[in-house]
Write a protein that binds this ligand. Structure first.
Ligand code: AMP
Ligand code: MG
Length: 414
């Protein structure tokens, strides 16, 4: 008898998965290696930025008071007493009617409180004249105007992007404390599967899910352990899954979670004593997506159908892995878009449609059944159509999840 499964809403399924995350701890990495990692400590400004008053232009540092009354008819002259570039500090202190030639980034000399740009001067040997008065601090980049020492700048749990790296460098972190990354394993199940390099033979297909998931993980900055392919025989599959589950924090299997005669993952979870969080989600594609936990480790049983497999990874695996690292933004970024063409197929379940999104319009990316490969390749987004609704027409406003973005969203918006 076919077992009766009870579909749960996507949001509830995601929450169940996240509730079972266990933290992975932290490690220290070189700053240059930290791109894409999750910060394990907050960044607090260790100094003012900039750390001293400096010139934002190439020009002349002056005392603003000496420029008062300057005009086209009454040019005021200054004697140039020194010349400094960025990184140099003048030993001289400005007196009345004196200027120091200064380049962008150089510390303002003692006594100076304004900078006159080259183009605001008439230069002659050893002196300049100007034709307008300057206010105190005019054309000065002020100490601490960007950040104040002691200010909290970036929260722990943030993704390290190139700007974060610039900040860490600014504050003198040659190493940085980051969340450890989970060890993720991939096993593709199915007697029909061939290696990528194999020639097609009757009844068989090449394993596309395995390499696809490697790339989905790579896109998140993770490496993974490959467990290859296993044929649909309970005992053999059980041994591979058991070993892989012991060696990883998170094992992703593809295929074998449905109710077919050769779908052995449910029996394997049972033998492992794993807690199955759910085995049916009210979504298309991927309603058979199953997530279990054994010994505090995740077992993601994704559907073998490529589009379902892809979607299951993005909806469940991705936030789970980020959550294990204490990341703040777990979800795919969400936006709304104009539907580019009619989508009339009604469905009781929430539908995720691979689509191309151009910043305004989201259009289904071709053949969109759960077994589709082509639309995964063509799409850069998922249109989300709520279940239980009529069909949708071109021009309707729809929810869209964006794929391949560097950083996710902190909110589940659906
Ligand atoms: P299953 O989830 O095992 O019932 O498989 C569903 C469909 O996905 C079947 O048509 C399988 O042949 C196909 N499939 C399973 N695994 C893969 C894979 N690794 N790559 C491509 N297609 C697969
Ligand atoms: Mg199968």
């Amino acid at each position: 008898m076919v077992e009766k499964r009870n579909p749960i809403p996507v949001a509830e399924a995601v929450k169940k998965v996240l509730d079972h995350a266990f933290p992975l701890g932290t490690e220290t990495v070189e700053l240059e290696e930290s791109y894409g990692r999750i910060l394990a400590e907050p960044i607090v400004a260790s100094s003012d930025v900039p750390p001293f008053n400096r010139s934002p232009y190439d020009g002349y540092a002056i005392r603003s008071m000496d420029s008062s009354g300057a005009s086209g008819d009454n040019r005021i002259g200054f004697t140039v007493i020194d010349h400094i570039g960025a990184g140099e500090v003048s030993a001289k202190k400005l007196g009345a009617g004196e200027a120091i030639r200064i380049m962008t980034g150089a510390q303002l000399p003692e006594g100076a409180d304004a900078v006159v740009m080259f183009e605001q001067t008439v230069e002659s040997t050893g002196s300049i004249t100007i034709r307008k008065p300057f206010e105190a601090l005019e054309n000065v980049s002020l100490q601490g105007e960007d950040l104040r020492q002691g200010e909290m700048v970036i929260d722990s749990g943030s993704l390290i992007n190139p700007g974060t790296i610039a900040l860490l460098a600014t504050f003198g972190y040659p190493q940085v404390s980051v969340a450890k990354q989970p060890i993720v394993g991939i096993l593709s199940t199915g007697t029909e599967l061939l290696e990528v390099g194999d020639a097609l033979v009757p009844g068989k297909i090449r394993n596309s899910n395995g390499p696809m998931i490697v790339a989905q993980l790579r896109r998140m900055g993770f490496r993974c352990k490959m467990y290859g392919m296993s044929i649909d025989r309970l005992d053999e599959s059980y041994e591979v899954v058991k070993k892989a589950a012991e060696e990883t924090d998170c094992l992703i299997t593809t295929g074998g979670v449905s109710v077919g005669d050769f779908d052995f993952l449910p029996a394997i979870y049972e033998r492992l004593g794993a807690e199955v969080l759910f085995n049916k989600v009210a979504m298309r594609p991927g309603s058979v997506t199953t997530v279990a936990v054994a010994n505090g480790r995740y077992l993601f049983g994704l559907s073998g159908n490529p589009s379902a497999c892809f979607t299951g990874f993005e909806l469940f695996v991705r936030p789970a892995l980020l959550n294990m690292m204490g990341a703040r933004k777990l979800y795919l970024p969400h936006t709304t878009a104009v539907l580019g063409e009619d989508f009339t197929k009604a469905n009781p379940f929430t539908r995720f449609i691979r689509a191309t999104y151009d910043g305004e319009t989201a259009t289904p990316a071709g053949f969109n059944k759960s077994n589709a490969v082509s639309s995964i390749a063509r799409g850069n987004a998922l249109i989300v159509l709520p279940g239980g609704t009529r069909g949708f027409q071109a021009g309707d406003a729809v929810d869209v999840l964006l794929l391949g973005m560097e950083e996710g969203s902190g909110k589940w918006k659906l």
